[in-house]
Design a protein around this ligand. Structure first.
Ligand code: 4AD
Ligand code: MG
Length: 449
């Protein structure tokens, strides 16, 4: 077996002679010393090669190492405040591995399009590396949160016979002699079957939306986590969402400070941002949010401030646009939950409030200076009402017969929500574009690599 230690464990190995295996991230030399920066996937380590401390072959090996060449290095771990990370390796020998051809990504600035064309290599660079490690922490935290609360992990199918979130964004594919199949837009409807069988479940998987949108917040393939709970109402859903966000962002604060520091150049800004969502969330009815927005845009227009050409003034009854969500959340320090949206802008399965029949028992969690990261609702549990909605939305009833059965056999109040993983990663890491929040993004113009 190949003996090796990992960079992330260096603090426990001070004074020991160890071997690291990895790739050359960068190097510099000063006189009779060479500094090699090795990356091994868990971190970066400065390796110090002194001409008078190694044999000639080892010193010469340094010249052979081009950027991203593979190598193993043996030496003694020492604590130092001169190297990033606080530890370095005092080298005694080097073993060369495969030499890298001229590497297309150099320390100079490249455009994002160029980097995206080389995404398979770009993932080795420090910002994508830090982003993916934060994503990993969020995924593990998501599973742990639900596991600790006795939710069953309930996988929903990706090939489905019916739409869940409107028919305009379906990817379709021919399915043998059975007709058309659609890539799942949401696992929710299956999650509801799960909630009736297991009480509380969560679906966590890839979802697909054939949106022809080029915004910075839309992917055509993304990951969504969707809890669904029997005997839970809208209020319960809002509480669960708040606890959930506190838990998973809390894990990032505990485990990923050094990755956050890579992303904000050590300013501490990202930690501060994360701390904002650890506070109690604001909650407001759609009508209240609408009033605030009217005033906000009145003031903006009166001030003569120029608004972008894509800006469309919010009108009562509309869903919020991206500008409205950013505006609304800029007024608060913590996330804002807006509830009771007009039923007309929301999905067919949402229950209406009996006291306000034009409003859905819906909620969106809007993050500071960003907007929607979670969308959820209490579900329509009455068979006749649900049938009406299916008709109003011109959905094919036959495809929903199995879903309607959930209302025929012991229907109970239930609720749930969906959190878009990449939206959250984008917010935590303060990325310019959601495409950087997933290893290999699928957007309107990109299916490579
Ligand atoms: O608001 P959405 O469409 O809600 C649902 O799909 C429900 N079935 C969820 C549920 O109640 N179980 O999507 C939920 C979340 C959004 O808040 C957003 O974070 C993310 O999924 N999302 C997207 N993320 C990236 N790209 C897209 N095109 C997204 N569409 C939605
Ligand atoms: Mg939504």
């Amino acid at each position: 077996m190949m003996q090796r230690e990992y960079v992330q464990d260096l603090s426990k190995l001070v004074g020991q002679e160890i071997t690291l295996r990895g790739w050359l991230y960068g190097k510099r030399s000063s006189g009779k010393i060479q500094f090699l920066i090795l990356r091994d996937g868990t971190g970066h380590c400065q390796c110090v090669v002194m001409k008078n401390a190694v044999d000639a072959a080892t010193y010469a090996a340094c010249d052979e190492l081009s950027q991203e060449s593979a190598f193993a290095v043996t030496g003694k771990v020492q604590a130092t405040d001169k190297a990033p990370g606080g530890y370095e390796l005092f080298v005694s020998s080097i073993e060369l591995g495969a030499k890298a051809a001229e590497y297309p990504i150099t320390p100079k600035e490249h455009g994002v399009e160029y980097l995206m064309e080389h995404r398979h290599l770009w993932l080795r660079s420090s910002r994508p590396w830090a982003t993916m490690r934060i994503r990993d922490t969020l995924i593990v935290a998501i599973r742990n949160f639900f596991h600790e609360r006795d939710f069953l992990c309930f996988d929903s199918p990706i090939l489905t016979p019916n739409a869940a979130e409107g028919t305009s964004t379906l990817f379709e594919t021919k399915y043998f002699e059975e007709g058309m199949a659609y890539l799942s837009q949401s696992g929710q409807l299956y999650g509801e079957a799960g909630a009736m069988a297991f009480g509380k479940v969560y679906v966590f998987g890839p979802t697909f939306r054939a949106e022809r949108s080029k915004t910075k917040r839309h992917l055509n393939e993304f990951w969504m986590v969707e809890p669904e709970v029997a005997f839970m109402d809208l209020e319960g859903g809002m509480q669960l969402a708040e606890e959930f966000v506190h838990y998973i962002v809390g894990r990032v604060l505990e485990e990923r400070q050094s990755e956050l520091a890579i992303l904000d150049d050590g300013s501490g800004r990202l930690v501060e941002r994360c701390q904002r969502v650890m506070k109690p969330f604001e909650r407001m009815h759609y009508d209240e949010a609408a009033k605030i927005l009217y005033k906000y845009w009145d003031d903006k227009l009166a001030s003569g401030e120029e608004l972008p050409p894509t800006f469309k003034r919010f009108e009562y009854g509309d869903d919020f646009g991206a500008y409205d969500e950013v505006a609304l959340t800029s007024l608060y320090d913590a996330p804002v939950i807006v509830h009771h949206y007009p039923a007309s802008v929301k999905a067919f399965y949402m229950k209406r409030d009996p006291n306000e029949p034009d409003k859905a028992l819906a909620m969106d969690v809007l993050f500071p200076e960003f907007g929607e990261i979670i969308g959820g609702s209490q579900r329509e549990d009455n068979l006749d009402e649900l049938l009406k909605r299916i008709e109003e939305h011109q959905l094919p009833k036959a495809a929903f017969e199995w879903y309607l059965d959930l209302r025929r056999y012991g229907s109970v109040p239930h609720a749930g929500f969906g959190l878009g993983l990449e939206r959250l990663v984008m917010w935590v890491c303060d990325l310019d574009h959601i495409r950087e929040a997933i290893p290999f993004p699928r957007t309107l113009t990109r299916i490579w690599p």
